[in-house]
Design a protein around this ligand. Structure first.
Ligand code: C2E
Ligand code: MG
Ligand code: MG
Ligand code: MG
Length: 286
């Protein structure tokens, strides 16, 4: 700091104060997140995924929410980045897996056989026993892996080690589904698509934006859909916000849709009654 001051102007000093404040915020948030895990302040919101082919609800994605004691419901964008930087995401991720297992176990007992997907952060994969513990959690709950889907972001999937890749492949052989999330944003190792174990690829929302108005956007999405199907994957369109987009995606051969146009993320009870209604009537997507 001595040098910064001597260099004249408070600029560097101010900068370092900003850095210190940012650092402090990180420490505070990390502590708060760690307490939040212990105090059970997290919840999972479930967003339905619909099949374009049958019009049925094929499953849902579990999305983390933090019911903050003072600030109310916080969305993951406000805390996942810090949770990832500090590594606390691994503990939060453990909670997510336990909660997914417990919901699936309950549904399974009620005869509801609907798949539930959850997001896996690359930091969770740093723990050597991640896959072993994950398997134990589901088998202890009596949940078949066929009801479980793991979502890895494109960049995580493309960068993970051969060891992790082998674990993912084994999990898939044992029945779990593997989805590549946010496809089309990361640095994509396209060559890896030839060997990557995957069932579904979720198009990043940025690919879909303006698809109803832009011919170029449609050309890009059509090519990506062809690529994904060509390697044996199912295409999921995420963040579909209007019927025009949905119609175009269906015509292009996209199989599954997840977006506000059909359903918002909901908490468990609401999700279950929503799916019961969906089962009874509306096949409006097909
Ligand atoms: P994601 O995994 O790509 O999840 C999809 C996001 O798109 C969700 O945001 C969802 O609410 C939102 N979305 C769905 N339909 C629409 C739509 O029609 N329009 C728009 N504008 N958005 C839509 P959310 O719940 O805020 O989650 C944001 C991100 O936070 C997730 O993106 C995921 O990367 C991360 N995340 C959420 N839960 C977890 C978790 O349990 N673990 C980890 N590691 N990350 C999580
Ligand atoms: Mg996801
Ligand atoms: Mg996504
Ligand atoms: Mg994402």
């Amino acid at each position: 700091m001595y040098r910064a001051k001597n260099n004249g102007g408070g600029r560097y000093c101010l900068f370092s104060e900003e850095l210190a404040a940012e650092h402090q915020l990180k420490i505070d948030t990390e502590a708060a997140l760690s307490e939040a895990v212990q105090r059970g302040e997290f919840l999972l919101a479930l967003q339905p995924q619909l099949s374009f082919v049958t019009g049925e609800v094929s499953g849902a994605e579990a999305l983390l929410r933090w019911n903050h004691p003072r600030e109310g419901m916080r969305s993951p964008a406000t805390f996942i980045p810090i949770a990832e930087q500090t590594g606390i995401i691994a503990d939060i991720g453990d909670w997510v897996i336990a909660e997914v297992a417990s919901m699936l176990a309950e549904w399974h007992a009620q005869g509801i056989k609907r798949r539930l997907a959850f997001n896996v952060s690359p930091r969770q994969l740093d723990r050597a026993d991640f896959f072993q513990r994950l398997r134990a959690t589901f088998s202890d709950s009596g949940v078949p892996l066929s009801l479980v889907e793991l979502e890895f972001t494109e960049s995580a999937a493309m960068e993970c080690s051969e060891t992790v890749l082998a674990e993912i492949a084994a999990l898939r052989r044992d029945g779990a589904s593997i989805a590549i999330d946010d496809f089309g944003t990361g640095y994509s190792n396209i060559a890896r698509l030839r060997t990557m174990p995957l069932d579904r690829v979720k198009l990043d929302p940025s690919l879909i934006v303006d698809i109803e108005n832009s011919e170029k956007a449609r050309v890009v999405v059509q090519a990506v859909i062809q690529l994904v199907k060509g390697v044996g994957g199912e295409v999921v369109a995420e963040a579909v916000e209007n019927v025009a987009q949905a119609d175009i995606l269906r015509a292009m051969g996209c199989e599954t849709v997840q977006g506000f146009v059909f359903a918002q993320p909901m908490f468990e009870e609401e999700y279950l009654s929503w799916t019961r209604n969906a089962d009874r009537g509306s096949r409006s997507v097909a």
